[in-house]
Design a binder for this molecule. Structure first.
Ligand SMILES: Cc1ncc(COP(=O)(O)O)c(C=O)c1O
Length: 468
Protein backbone atom coordinates (compact mmCIF):
# COMPACT_ATOMS: atom_id res chain seq x y z
CA UNK A 1 0.00 0.00 0.00
CA UNK A 2 2.71 2.53 0.83
CA UNK A 3 4.29 1.73 -2.49
CA UNK A 4 1.08 2.57 -4.31
CA UNK A 5 0.84 5.94 -2.57
CA UNK A 6 4.39 6.76 -3.53
CA UNK A 7 3.73 5.65 -7.08
CA UNK A 8 0.67 7.85 -7.39
CA UNK A 9 2.77 10.74 -6.17
CA UNK A 10 5.36 10.23 -8.82
CA UNK A 11 5.88 13.14 -11.18
CA UNK A 12 4.55 11.37 -14.26
CA UNK A 13 1.20 10.79 -12.55
CA UNK A 14 0.87 14.30 -11.21
CA UNK A 15 -1.64 16.76 -12.65
CA UNK A 16 1.33 18.62 -14.08
CA UNK A 17 1.61 16.08 -16.84
CA UNK A 18 -1.59 17.69 -18.19
CA UNK A 19 0.62 20.45 -19.57
CA UNK A 20 0.62 18.28 -22.71
CA UNK A 21 -2.64 20.05 -23.56
CA UNK A 22 -0.62 23.28 -23.99
CA UNK A 23 1.79 22.46 -26.81
CA UNK A 24 3.62 25.81 -26.68
CA UNK A 25 5.21 26.18 -23.28
CA UNK A 26 6.58 29.48 -22.01
CA UNK A 27 9.85 29.74 -20.07
CA UNK A 28 7.99 30.70 -16.94
CA UNK A 29 5.84 27.59 -17.32
CA UNK A 30 8.93 25.40 -17.63
CA UNK A 31 10.45 27.10 -14.61
CA UNK A 32 7.36 26.54 -12.53
CA UNK A 33 7.26 22.91 -13.66
CA UNK A 34 10.89 22.56 -12.61
CA UNK A 35 10.11 23.96 -9.21
CA UNK A 36 7.20 21.58 -8.85
CA UNK A 37 9.40 18.63 -9.63
CA UNK A 38 11.89 19.64 -6.94
CA UNK A 39 9.00 20.12 -4.50
CA UNK A 40 7.57 16.72 -5.41
CA UNK A 41 10.97 15.11 -4.84
CA UNK A 42 11.24 16.72 -1.42
CA UNK A 43 7.76 15.60 -0.46
CA UNK A 44 8.44 12.09 -1.71
CA UNK A 45 11.61 11.89 0.38
CA UNK A 46 9.71 12.86 3.51
CA UNK A 47 6.97 10.34 2.81
CA UNK A 48 9.63 7.72 2.18
CA UNK A 49 11.25 8.48 5.49
CA UNK A 50 7.89 8.01 7.23
CA UNK A 51 7.47 4.75 5.40
CA UNK A 52 10.90 3.56 6.57
CA UNK A 53 9.85 4.31 10.14
CA UNK A 54 6.72 2.22 9.56
CA UNK A 55 4.43 5.18 10.19
CA UNK A 56 3.31 6.22 6.74
CA UNK A 57 -0.41 7.01 6.86
CA UNK A 58 -2.19 4.97 4.19
CA UNK A 59 -5.93 5.05 4.87
CA UNK A 60 -7.40 1.59 4.42
CA UNK A 61 -9.56 0.97 1.39
CA UNK A 62 -13.26 1.22 2.34
CA UNK A 63 -13.82 -2.27 0.90
CA UNK A 64 -11.24 -3.68 3.29
CA UNK A 65 -12.95 -2.16 6.31
CA UNK A 66 -16.46 -3.04 5.19
CA UNK A 67 -15.73 -6.75 5.72
CA UNK A 68 -14.59 -6.27 9.28
CA UNK A 69 -16.31 -5.91 12.63
CA UNK A 70 -15.95 -2.31 13.81
CA UNK A 71 -13.58 -2.05 16.77
CA UNK A 72 -12.00 1.15 15.50
CA UNK A 73 -14.41 3.94 14.57
CA UNK A 74 -15.74 6.67 16.85
CA UNK A 75 -19.34 5.70 15.98
CA UNK A 76 -19.57 4.31 19.50
CA UNK A 77 -23.37 4.14 19.78
CA UNK A 78 -23.39 2.52 16.30
CA UNK A 79 -25.89 5.20 15.22
CA UNK A 80 -24.30 5.45 11.79
CA UNK A 81 -23.27 1.88 11.08
CA UNK A 82 -26.59 0.40 12.23
CA UNK A 83 -28.63 2.68 9.97
CA UNK A 84 -30.76 4.11 12.83
CA UNK A 85 -29.35 7.56 12.17
CA UNK A 86 -30.10 7.25 8.46
CA UNK A 87 -33.75 6.44 9.24
CA UNK A 88 -34.04 9.38 11.63
CA UNK A 89 -32.32 11.63 9.09
CA UNK A 90 -34.74 10.64 6.32
CA UNK A 91 -37.66 11.39 8.63
CA UNK A 92 -36.17 14.80 9.35
CA UNK A 93 -35.96 15.42 5.59
CA UNK A 94 -39.61 14.43 5.24
CA UNK A 95 -40.51 17.03 7.85
CA UNK A 96 -38.73 19.66 5.73
CA UNK A 97 -39.50 18.66 2.14
CA UNK A 98 -38.76 22.12 0.75
CA UNK A 99 -35.36 22.49 2.31
CA UNK A 100 -32.73 24.62 0.60
CA UNK A 101 -29.68 22.42 0.38
CA UNK A 102 -26.83 24.90 0.66
CA UNK A 103 -26.57 27.76 3.13
CA UNK A 104 -25.54 29.97 0.16
CA UNK A 105 -23.24 32.29 2.12
CA UNK A 106 -21.04 32.83 5.08
CA UNK A 107 -22.90 32.96 8.37
CA UNK A 108 -22.37 36.70 8.59
CA UNK A 109 -24.48 37.15 5.42
CA UNK A 110 -27.32 34.82 4.37
CA UNK A 111 -25.71 31.63 5.76
CA UNK A 112 -27.46 31.78 9.15
CA UNK A 113 -30.65 30.00 8.12
CA UNK A 114 -33.77 29.63 10.25
CA UNK A 115 -33.09 25.90 10.56
CA UNK A 116 -29.57 26.59 11.86
CA UNK A 117 -30.87 29.20 14.32
CA UNK A 118 -33.49 26.74 15.61
CA UNK A 119 -30.92 23.96 15.86
CA UNK A 120 -28.54 26.14 17.87
CA UNK A 121 -31.30 27.07 20.29
CA UNK A 122 -32.17 23.39 20.63
CA UNK A 123 -28.51 22.47 21.27
CA UNK A 124 -28.11 25.19 23.90
CA UNK A 125 -31.20 23.92 25.68
CA UNK A 126 -30.13 20.27 25.32
CA UNK A 127 -26.78 20.94 27.01
CA UNK A 128 -28.02 23.50 29.55
CA UNK A 129 -26.12 26.45 28.06
CA UNK A 130 -27.03 30.08 27.39
CA UNK A 131 -26.23 29.80 23.69
CA UNK A 132 -24.69 27.52 21.07
CA UNK A 133 -22.67 28.12 17.92
CA UNK A 134 -22.51 25.34 15.33
CA UNK A 135 -19.54 24.51 13.06
CA UNK A 136 -18.94 22.02 10.26
CA UNK A 137 -16.46 20.15 12.47
CA UNK A 138 -15.14 20.03 16.00
CA UNK A 139 -11.73 20.95 14.62
CA UNK A 140 -13.15 24.17 13.14
CA UNK A 141 -14.95 24.96 16.38
CA UNK A 142 -11.75 24.64 18.44
CA UNK A 143 -9.78 26.73 15.98
CA UNK A 144 -12.43 29.49 16.06
CA UNK A 145 -12.60 29.43 19.84
CA UNK A 146 -8.92 29.40 20.72
CA UNK A 147 -7.78 31.75 17.99
CA UNK A 148 -10.16 34.52 19.02
CA UNK A 149 -11.49 34.43 22.59
CA UNK A 150 -8.28 34.61 24.70
CA UNK A 151 -7.08 38.22 24.63
CA UNK A 152 -3.54 39.64 24.49
CA UNK A 153 -2.13 39.42 28.02
CA UNK A 154 -4.27 36.38 28.87
CA UNK A 155 -2.76 32.94 29.43
CA UNK A 156 -4.08 29.58 28.26
CA UNK A 157 -3.05 26.71 30.53
CA UNK A 158 -3.66 23.47 28.70
CA UNK A 159 -3.40 19.81 29.60
CA UNK A 160 -0.42 18.13 27.93
CA UNK A 161 -2.72 15.82 25.91
CA UNK A 162 -5.34 18.22 24.54
CA UNK A 163 -6.38 17.69 20.94
CA UNK A 164 -4.46 19.01 17.93
CA UNK A 165 -7.36 21.35 17.07
CA UNK A 166 -6.92 23.19 20.39
CA UNK A 167 -3.21 23.54 19.63
CA UNK A 168 -4.02 24.85 16.18
CA UNK A 169 -6.40 27.45 17.61
CA UNK A 170 -3.89 28.54 20.28
CA UNK A 171 -1.15 28.79 17.66
CA UNK A 172 -3.26 31.28 15.72
CA UNK A 173 -4.35 33.13 18.88
CA UNK A 174 -2.91 36.09 20.74
CA UNK A 175 -2.58 34.80 24.30
CA UNK A 176 0.45 33.25 25.97
CA UNK A 177 0.13 29.47 26.27
CA UNK A 178 1.50 27.07 28.87
CA UNK A 179 1.21 23.33 29.25
CA UNK A 180 0.67 21.43 32.50
CA UNK A 181 1.32 17.69 32.92
CA UNK A 182 -1.54 15.41 31.97
CA UNK A 183 -4.33 15.23 34.58
CA UNK A 184 -1.85 16.43 37.21
CA UNK A 185 -3.42 18.57 39.94
CA UNK A 186 -0.06 19.40 41.53
CA UNK A 187 1.28 20.51 38.14
CA UNK A 188 -1.79 22.66 37.49
CA UNK A 189 -1.55 24.17 40.96
CA UNK A 190 2.11 25.07 40.45
CA UNK A 191 1.38 26.72 37.10
CA UNK A 192 -1.48 28.76 38.57
CA UNK A 193 0.65 29.90 41.52
CA UNK A 194 3.52 30.88 39.22
CA UNK A 195 1.19 32.84 36.97
CA UNK A 196 -0.34 34.69 39.91
CA UNK A 197 3.11 35.55 41.18
CA UNK A 198 4.64 36.63 37.87
CA UNK A 199 1.69 38.44 36.26
CA UNK A 200 0.34 41.30 38.37
CA UNK A 201 -2.57 41.59 35.92
CA UNK A 202 -3.56 38.02 36.75
CA UNK A 203 -3.13 38.46 40.50
CA UNK A 204 -5.25 41.64 40.35
CA UNK A 205 -7.92 39.90 38.28
CA UNK A 206 -7.50 42.03 35.12
CA UNK A 207 -6.16 39.29 32.86
CA UNK A 208 -7.77 35.95 32.31
CA UNK A 209 -6.34 32.47 32.72
CA UNK A 210 -8.05 29.84 30.55
CA UNK A 211 -7.77 26.21 31.61
CA UNK A 212 -8.24 23.89 28.64
CA UNK A 213 -9.34 20.34 29.48
CA UNK A 214 -11.06 17.41 27.83
CA UNK A 215 -13.73 15.21 29.34
CA UNK A 216 -12.18 12.03 27.92
CA UNK A 217 -8.72 12.19 26.36
CA UNK A 218 -8.93 10.61 22.95
CA UNK A 219 -5.76 8.53 23.05
CA UNK A 220 -5.55 7.63 26.74
CA UNK A 221 -9.29 7.41 27.46
CA UNK A 222 -8.94 8.97 30.91
CA UNK A 223 -10.80 11.92 32.46
CA UNK A 224 -9.47 14.81 34.53
CA UNK A 225 -9.79 14.90 38.35
CA UNK A 226 -12.35 17.59 37.71
CA UNK A 227 -13.64 18.52 41.16
CA UNK A 228 -10.15 19.01 42.56
CA UNK A 229 -9.13 21.06 39.52
CA UNK A 230 -12.14 23.37 39.82
CA UNK A 231 -11.43 23.81 43.51
CA UNK A 232 -7.77 24.68 42.85
CA UNK A 233 -8.65 27.25 40.20
CA UNK A 234 -11.16 28.93 42.50
CA UNK A 235 -8.75 28.98 45.43
CA UNK A 236 -5.80 30.40 43.51
CA UNK A 237 -7.72 32.80 41.24
CA UNK A 238 -10.70 33.91 43.34
CA UNK A 239 -11.34 37.17 41.44
CA UNK A 240 -13.38 35.64 38.64
CA UNK A 241 -10.62 35.85 36.04
CA UNK A 242 -10.30 32.11 35.43
CA UNK A 243 -12.19 30.47 32.56
CA UNK A 244 -12.57 26.71 32.56
CA UNK A 245 -13.07 25.02 29.23
CA UNK A 246 -13.93 21.43 28.44
CA UNK A 247 -13.86 19.63 25.09
CA UNK A 248 -16.51 16.89 25.21
CA UNK A 249 -15.75 15.26 21.86
CA UNK A 250 -15.52 11.80 23.41
CA UNK A 251 -18.33 12.11 25.94
CA UNK A 252 -21.07 13.73 23.88
CA UNK A 253 -24.03 11.38 23.71
CA UNK A 254 -22.52 8.79 26.03
CA UNK A 255 -23.45 9.93 29.53
CA UNK A 256 -25.57 12.41 31.45
CA UNK A 257 -29.30 13.07 30.99
CA UNK A 258 -30.18 12.12 27.37
CA UNK A 259 -26.46 11.80 26.67
CA UNK A 260 -25.88 15.52 27.23
CA UNK A 261 -22.33 14.83 28.35
CA UNK A 262 -19.78 14.85 31.11
CA UNK A 263 -20.35 18.33 32.59
CA UNK A 264 -24.13 17.78 32.58
CA UNK A 265 -23.75 14.36 34.20
CA UNK A 266 -21.91 15.99 37.12
CA UNK A 267 -24.12 19.09 37.26
CA UNK A 268 -21.08 21.22 36.41
CA UNK A 269 -22.48 23.14 33.40
CA UNK A 270 -22.08 26.49 35.16
CA UNK A 271 -18.44 25.85 36.09
CA UNK A 272 -17.38 25.76 32.44
CA UNK A 273 -17.73 29.09 30.65
CA UNK A 274 -16.67 27.23 27.52
CA UNK A 275 -17.81 23.80 26.42
CA UNK A 276 -17.28 22.14 23.07
CA UNK A 277 -19.19 19.12 21.80
CA UNK A 278 -18.60 17.29 18.55
CA UNK A 279 -21.19 15.46 16.46
CA UNK A 280 -18.96 13.05 14.53
CA UNK A 281 -18.29 10.54 17.30
CA UNK A 282 -21.03 9.18 19.60
CA UNK A 283 -23.63 11.07 17.57
CA UNK A 284 -22.51 9.41 14.35
CA UNK A 285 -22.94 12.56 12.20
CA UNK A 286 -20.51 15.44 11.76
CA UNK A 287 -20.01 18.94 13.17
CA UNK A 288 -19.01 20.73 16.35
CA UNK A 289 -20.75 23.11 18.73
CA UNK A 290 -19.43 25.72 21.14
CA UNK A 291 -21.59 26.26 24.24
CA UNK A 292 -21.01 29.61 25.92
CA UNK A 293 -22.75 32.84 26.87
CA UNK A 294 -24.21 35.13 24.21
CA UNK A 295 -21.33 37.64 24.34
CA UNK A 296 -18.73 34.95 23.69
CA UNK A 297 -20.88 33.57 20.86
CA UNK A 298 -21.23 36.98 19.27
CA UNK A 299 -17.49 37.65 19.70
CA UNK A 300 -16.59 34.46 17.84
CA UNK A 301 -18.97 35.33 14.99
CA UNK A 302 -17.35 38.76 14.77
CA UNK A 303 -13.72 37.69 14.98
CA UNK A 304 -13.24 34.07 13.89
CA UNK A 305 -11.90 33.98 10.36
CA UNK A 306 -13.26 30.49 9.74
CA UNK A 307 -16.74 31.78 10.55
CA UNK A 308 -16.54 35.04 8.63
CA UNK A 309 -14.79 33.76 5.50
CA UNK A 310 -16.42 30.35 5.14
CA UNK A 311 -19.80 29.19 3.84
CA UNK A 312 -22.25 28.29 6.61
CA UNK A 313 -23.22 24.65 7.25
CA UNK A 314 -25.44 22.97 4.62
CA UNK A 315 -28.91 21.67 5.48
CA UNK A 316 -28.12 17.91 5.27
CA UNK A 317 -25.39 18.30 7.89
CA UNK A 318 -27.73 20.16 10.21
CA UNK A 319 -30.57 17.72 9.64
CA UNK A 320 -28.27 14.78 10.45
CA UNK A 321 -27.22 16.49 13.67
CA UNK A 322 -30.82 17.22 14.65
CA UNK A 323 -31.76 13.61 13.88
CA UNK A 324 -28.81 12.40 15.98
CA UNK A 325 -29.78 14.53 18.97
CA UNK A 326 -33.41 13.37 18.73
CA UNK A 327 -32.09 9.80 18.79
CA UNK A 328 -29.92 10.54 21.82
CA UNK A 329 -33.00 11.71 23.70
CA UNK A 330 -35.08 8.69 22.64
CA UNK A 331 -35.44 5.24 24.18
CA UNK A 332 -33.19 3.95 21.40
CA UNK A 333 -30.46 6.31 22.58
CA UNK A 334 -30.83 5.21 26.20
CA UNK A 335 -30.77 1.52 25.22
CA UNK A 336 -27.64 2.03 23.16
CA UNK A 337 -25.87 3.95 25.93
CA UNK A 338 -26.63 1.12 28.35
CA UNK A 339 -25.53 -1.55 25.88
CA UNK A 340 -22.28 0.29 25.20
CA UNK A 341 -21.45 0.43 28.92
CA UNK A 342 -22.32 -3.29 29.22
CA UNK A 343 -19.99 -4.12 26.34
CA UNK A 344 -17.17 -2.07 27.86
CA UNK A 345 -17.60 -3.84 31.22
CA UNK A 346 -17.79 -7.22 29.51
CA UNK A 347 -14.60 -6.54 27.54
CA UNK A 348 -12.74 -5.23 30.56
CA UNK A 349 -13.77 -8.06 32.89
CA UNK A 350 -12.93 -10.74 30.35
CA UNK A 351 -9.56 -9.15 29.60
CA UNK A 352 -8.41 -8.57 33.16
CA UNK A 353 -9.58 -11.98 34.39
CA UNK A 354 -7.89 -13.80 31.51
CA UNK A 355 -5.30 -16.28 32.87
CA UNK A 356 -2.57 -14.83 30.58
CA UNK A 357 -3.21 -11.12 31.13
CA UNK A 358 -0.77 -10.79 34.07
CA UNK A 359 2.06 -12.45 32.15
CA UNK A 360 1.36 -10.25 29.14
CA UNK A 361 1.56 -7.10 31.26
CA UNK A 362 4.58 -8.26 33.22
CA UNK A 363 6.49 -8.90 30.02
CA UNK A 364 5.57 -5.41 28.79
CA UNK A 365 3.79 -6.81 25.71
CA UNK A 366 0.58 -4.85 26.31
CA UNK A 367 -0.60 -2.44 28.97
CA UNK A 368 -3.71 -0.29 29.41
CA UNK A 369 -3.02 3.01 31.20
CA UNK A 370 -6.55 3.24 32.62
CA UNK A 371 -6.63 -0.27 34.10
CA UNK A 372 -5.70 0.87 37.62
CA UNK A 373 -8.49 3.43 37.94
CA UNK A 374 -11.15 1.43 36.14
CA UNK A 375 -12.90 -0.01 39.19
CA UNK A 376 -13.47 3.39 40.82
CA UNK A 377 -15.17 5.06 37.84
CA UNK A 378 -18.91 4.96 37.19
CA UNK A 379 -18.67 5.91 33.50
CA UNK A 380 -16.28 4.03 31.26
CA UNK A 381 -14.92 5.42 28.02
CA UNK A 382 -15.29 3.09 25.03
CA UNK A 383 -11.66 3.64 24.00
CA UNK A 384 -9.21 0.91 25.06
CA UNK A 385 -5.62 2.02 24.43
CA UNK A 386 -3.41 -1.07 24.18
CA UNK A 387 0.09 0.31 24.62
CA UNK A 388 2.61 -1.92 22.87
CA UNK A 389 6.37 -2.20 22.74
CA UNK A 390 8.06 -0.06 20.07
CA UNK A 391 7.35 -1.45 16.63
CA UNK A 392 4.61 -3.85 17.77
CA UNK A 393 1.44 -1.82 17.18
CA UNK A 394 1.32 -2.58 13.46
CA UNK A 395 1.93 -6.27 14.07
CA UNK A 396 -1.00 -6.58 16.50
CA UNK A 397 -3.25 -4.46 14.27
CA UNK A 398 -2.34 -6.60 11.23
CA UNK A 399 -3.20 -9.76 13.13
CA UNK A 400 -6.59 -8.33 14.12
CA UNK A 401 -7.27 -7.19 10.56
CA UNK A 402 -6.49 -10.69 9.30
CA UNK A 403 -9.08 -11.96 11.76
CA UNK A 404 -11.56 -9.38 10.33
CA UNK A 405 -11.54 -6.99 13.28
CA UNK A 406 -10.96 -3.35 12.42
CA UNK A 407 -8.72 -1.45 14.90
CA UNK A 408 -6.30 1.45 14.41
CA UNK A 409 -2.60 1.38 15.22
CA UNK A 410 -1.50 4.83 16.40
CA UNK A 411 2.02 6.23 16.06
CA UNK A 412 3.96 9.43 16.60
CA UNK A 413 3.03 12.25 15.89
CA UNK A 414 -0.53 11.29 16.89
CA UNK A 415 0.87 10.13 20.23
CA UNK A 416 4.21 11.02 21.87
CA UNK A 417 7.31 9.15 20.69
CA UNK A 418 7.71 5.80 22.43
CA UNK A 419 3.97 5.54 23.16
CA UNK A 420 2.62 3.75 20.12
CA UNK A 421 -0.50 1.74 20.67
CA UNK A 422 -3.44 -0.07 19.18
CA UNK A 423 -6.56 1.99 19.80
CA UNK A 424 -9.49 -0.35 20.19
CA UNK A 425 -12.94 1.20 20.44
CA UNK A 426 -16.05 -0.59 21.68
CA UNK A 427 -19.50 0.00 20.21
CA UNK A 428 -23.10 -0.54 21.22
CA UNK A 429 -23.54 -3.04 18.39
CA UNK A 430 -20.47 -5.17 19.10
CA UNK A 431 -21.67 -8.59 20.24
CA UNK A 432 -20.33 -10.62 23.16
CA UNK A 433 -19.16 -13.32 20.79
CA UNK A 434 -17.19 -10.73 18.77
CA UNK A 435 -15.65 -9.47 22.00
CA UNK A 436 -14.74 -13.03 23.10
CA UNK A 437 -13.21 -13.66 19.72
CA UNK A 438 -11.20 -10.43 19.41
CA UNK A 439 -9.86 -11.00 22.92
CA UNK A 440 -8.83 -14.50 21.87
CA UNK A 441 -6.83 -13.07 18.95
CA UNK A 442 -5.21 -10.42 21.16
CA UNK A 443 -4.25 -13.06 23.73
CA UNK A 444 -2.84 -15.42 21.14
CA UNK A 445 -0.73 -12.69 19.52
CA UNK A 446 0.45 -11.51 22.95
CA UNK A 447 1.45 -14.99 24.13
CA UNK A 448 3.48 -15.48 20.95
CA UNK A 449 5.36 -12.28 21.85
CA UNK A 450 5.86 -13.49 25.41
CA UNK A 451 7.26 -16.80 24.12
CA UNK A 452 9.48 -15.01 21.59
CA UNK A 453 10.93 -12.68 24.20
CA UNK A 454 11.56 -15.62 26.56
CA UNK A 455 13.19 -17.60 23.77
CA UNK A 456 15.35 -14.57 22.96
CA UNK A 457 16.42 -14.43 26.61
CA UNK A 458 17.25 -18.17 26.57
CA UNK A 459 19.32 -17.77 23.42
CA UNK A 460 21.04 -14.82 24.98
CA UNK A 461 21.98 -16.90 28.01
CA UNK A 462 23.12 -19.74 25.78
CA UNK A 463 25.34 -17.40 23.82
CA UNK A 464 26.81 -16.00 27.02
CA UNK A 465 27.35 -19.54 28.31
CA UNK A 466 29.09 -20.60 25.07
CA UNK A 467 31.34 -17.59 25.04
CA UNK A 468 32.51 -18.37 28.57
C1 LIG B 1 -10.93 16.10 21.77
C2 LIG B 1 -11.27 16.37 20.35
N1 LIG B 1 -11.63 17.59 19.98
C3 LIG B 1 -11.95 17.89 18.71
C4 LIG B 1 -11.90 16.93 17.73
C5 LIG B 1 -12.22 17.29 16.32
O1 LIG B 1 -13.54 16.97 16.05
P1 LIG B 1 -14.03 16.68 14.55
O2 LIG B 1 -13.63 15.29 14.23
O3 LIG B 1 -15.49 16.92 14.59
O4 LIG B 1 -13.33 17.68 13.67
C6 LIG B 1 -11.55 15.62 18.07
C7 LIG B 1 -11.49 14.57 17.02
O5 LIG B 1 -10.77 13.62 17.08
C8 LIG B 1 -11.22 15.33 19.41
O6 LIG B 1 -10.86 14.10 19.78
Amino acid sequence: MPASILKSLSVGDSPLSCTQTHPVRTISQSHSRGREIILTQKLREQLHSREEQDRLITPAHPKTISHMADFGSNDTLSFSSSGVLRTAFLKELERHPNFTLGSRSTRIFEGTTQYLTDLEEYLAHFHGAESALFFNSGFDANVALWSTVPQPGDVVLYDQYVHASIHEGMRRGRAETQMFPHNDCAGLQQCLLNLREKHPGIAEGNQTVFIALESVYSMDADSPPIHRMIQLVKEILPRGNAVLSIDEAHSNGLLGPNGSGYACSLGLEKEFALRLHTCGKGLGATGGVILANKIIRSYIINYAKNVIFSTGPAFPVLAAVKAGYDLLASEEGETRRTRLQQNISYFHNKLTSHPHWSAIKQNGILTIPTEGTWATESFHAPIIPFNTRDGDANSLADRLHQAHYWVNPVHYPLVPKGQERVRLVLHADNTESQIDDILGVIMQWSMEQVRDSTRFDDTGWMQVACSI
